[in-house]
Design a protein around this ligand. Sequence first.
Ligand code: ADE
Length: 234
Amino acid sequence: MTWHADILTLFPAMFPGPLGESLAGKALGAGIWSLKATDIREFGQGAHRAVDDTPFGGGAGMVMRADVLDAAIGSVADGQRPLVVLTPRGVPLTQKRVQKLAAGPGVILLCGRFEGIDQRVIEARNAEEISIGDYVLSGGEIAALALLDAAIRLLPGVMGTAASADEESFSTSLLEYPHYTRPATWQDRAVPETLTSGNHKAIADWRRQAAADITKIRRPDLYAQYIASGAIAP
Ligand code: ADE
């Protein structure tokens, strides 16, 4: 069965965008997944098809209307696929959540613009608010593309089996060790000697240590989980 993504957005021309290229694009062409971008404006109110209004309580910016969004959601909801709202106030996206989404029938993604979305529609539709990181994009569209890219590469037949084992434990694992290929010396920089030794045990040890070192520096949070998991002594 085709994994289906519905996108609710004010900018439907942003889809499939980059997901029409490379691995995801091939898989789209092959029918492994499908996508439909729906213009929220179609459900706008009045002659001007208004989708937003000023916030109760005052303040800057505009808020997307609950009635408009509910109608847009109703046009695609099937009672099967989860509804995800992309927003910087959401729960951080993890590889684990991506795996669950990829294992299901697909997803409905609601992309916010303006200052936000009327809270009542989020509650009424039992939407899951997700963030792709602690920075603010100008809308949810690029976040939706990122989430979809992460899910699509996990669908059966998209990447082969190469990645699957890696993904399994991302949240309790280490960042990747550095990679090298020919030439063995480039601009006076030699490849680490162990990697050209042919000693498989030494290579595996070197990689594990290099991964631990970089994780300790860049992601002390992941490193702490790694240590807590009992994999090695610190
Ligand atoms: N919309 C704006 N910023 C976002 C973020 N960081 N994650 C998800 N959606 C967003």
